[in-house]
Design a protein around this ligand. Structure first.
Ligand SMILES: Nc1ncnc2c1ncn2[C@@H]1O[C@H](COP(=O)(O)OP(=O)(O)OP(=O)(O)O)[C@@H](O)[C@H]1O
Ligand SMILES: [Mg+2]
Length: 345
């Protein structure tokens, strides 16, 4: 699997009336072709801003001020709008958290769906129309042959979301960014959409960045997971390790809902007492300090970096606890060796 995307220490800032705020700070992760990463974390931690930063679709007052975003051989952080327009909807497509505003009210569903299909897949008008109908059926739209000629306002919110999903999947992108794609949909449709995303991944080797609050979806879809807190990645690892051996105290807090795994309807992230620090008033040390049951003195003053904790495993964590643990282990190991040497001599 070749490397497709490399997000390296990006920082995203918004200019506001009260001065600049940093919503995403040193976020890094990478993605190979066909691989799925899930971004999880509480509301406001920067998941949507991270994906909008990659797509160059931030609100006007926002920009990526540091770091790099490489997609294949292209530098997206510094790409022109013309270049981005070519990449969006062709190589990278996105399903938005707020889909209502993303459909053009004066064009029919068919016009909007077939435009992309014709442009990117070189289909004739008739072929594009039948392919669009096929896609609408795949996302669970009943009477797709009739719906294709309707205007968006005739459709319910859930149906519009499914049209957006059909649109994002129809061009078989190399990277799909899906921001809470199924939250507003009922469970049957949700399962259908996840199945469709899996199929796309198998058939077209599409890589996926999936933002979700649902641990059931994480377990079903993710190869790896990045846990975000207050604009930063605090833990990143493969999905098995995340469920078996989560390390960061924040991840451990979120995963407390795991005992409910026996109840598949209740796989939402656990809520943790306390609240996220404000972007305007970030602590000097660890951002989770106030809510962390294991906080130590150094966490207040020093800023933890995202670091791999074990050599062999791709498991990174932004926490001093494990550094201390490793240090203690090394110390104890040295003491033990020393004692053994003394006994044998
Ligand atoms: N245009 C903007 N101007 C100022 N701040 C913004 C702007 N857009 C987003 N933010 C801030 O950036 C932070 C991260 O927001 P983001 O939407 O990425 O959160 P999220 O993790 O996607 O949350 P949710 O789970 O609720 O969707 C929030 O504090 C938000 O208020
Ligand atoms: Mg969001």
């Amino acid at each position: 699997m070749g490397e497709l995307l490399k997000v390296d220490k990006i920082k995203t800032e918004f200019q506001t009336d009260k001065g600049p705020v940093t919503s995403v700070d040193e976020v890094s992760f990478d993605l190979k072709e066909g691989e799925t990463i899930c971004l999880v974390g509480e509301s406001g931690c920067g998941k949507s801003v991270t994906s909008l930063s990659i797509m160059h679709l931030l609100d006007r007052n926002g920009s990526v001020t540091e770091g790099s975003i490489r997609f294949e051989d292209k530098d997206l952080a510094h790409a022109s709008e013309a270049k981005m327009r070519k990449i969006r909807g062709n190589d990278i497509s996105m399903i938005f958290q707020e889909p209502m505003t993303s459909l053009n009210p004066v064009l029919t569903i068919g016009d909007q769906l077939t435009e992309g299909i014709r442009l990117h897949m070189n289909y004739s008008r008739a072929d594009a129309r039948s392919y669009a109908i096929e896609m609408l059926k795949k996302v669970g739209i009943p009477r797709a042959e009739g719906i294709i000629d309707e205007y968006p306002h005739k459709l319910s919110g859930g149906m519009r979301q499914r049209v957006m999903i059909a649109m994002a999947l129809s061009c078989k992108p190399k990277l799909l960014i899906a921001d809470e794609p199924t939250t507003a949909l009922d469970v049957t449709i949700q399962a259908q959409i996840l199945k469709l995303m899996k199929k796309l991944r198998e058939e077209s080797n599409t890589a996926i960045i999936l933002i979700t609050h649902d641990l059931g979806v994480v377990a079903e879809m993710a190869d790896k997971v990045a846990v975000m807190y207050a604009g930063q990645v605090v833990e990143e690892t493969d999905v098995y390790t995340l469920f078996d051996n989560p390390k960061h105290p924040y991840t451990l807090g979120l995963m407390k809902s795991i005992p409910h795994i026996t109840n598949p309807d209740d796989m939402r992230l656990n809520s943790i007492p306390g609240s996220v620090p404000s972007a305007r008033n970030m602590p000097k040390g660890c951002r989770f300090y106030d809510r962390c049951p294991h906080a130590m003195k150094r966490c207040l003053a020093e800023k933890p970096e995202l670091k791999p904790i074990e050599d062999k495993q791709a498991h990174s964590i932004r926490c001093f606890l494990y550094e201390e643990e490793e240090k203690n282990y090394e110390k104890k190991h040295a003491e033990k060796q020393h004692a053994e040497k003394e006994v044998s001599s």
